[in-house]
Design a protein around this ligand. Structure first.
Ligand code: FES
Length: 109
């Protein structure tokens, strides 16, 4: 099962999730309460996360992400509600952390 490591509000939350999990659906079901989200359908951007590791295993950005994130896609941001988790991934919704350049070691703290 894929492992998800989420940095949020100066904390790190780690969970194993089912293959092909959608983290926003899990959050709505109370299984990932730390995750920030809103509409769940790719409209509000409240679920925006910066991918730290594992982005290469995620589904490619869809038209909603391209429209709403634009250049931020190049910076590693994704809409979590549009992601299907099939492999380990590390992401952050901590703005301060997302705005810093992370070294590999720092990202693992
Ligand atoms: S929850 Fe609104 S865009 Fe993802």
């Amino acid at each position: 099962m894929p492992k998800v490591r989420l940095h949020v509000s100066e904390r790190i939350v780690e969970k194993e999730v089912k293959d092909e999990a959608n983290l926003v659906v899990m959050a709505a079901l109370g299984q990932f309460p730390e995750l920030k989200y809103g509409c769940g359908i790719g409209r509000c951007t409240k679920c925006k996360s910066k991918i730290i590791e594992g982005g290469e295993h995620l589904n490619p950005p869809n038209w909603k992400e391209k429209k709403l994130l634009g250049d931020e896609l190049e910076e590693g941001y994704r809409l979590t509600c549009q992601l299907t988790i099939t492999s380990n991934v590390e992401l952050t919704q901590d703005e301060q952390l997302a705005n810093r350049e992370l070294s590999g070691e720092e990202a693992k703290m």
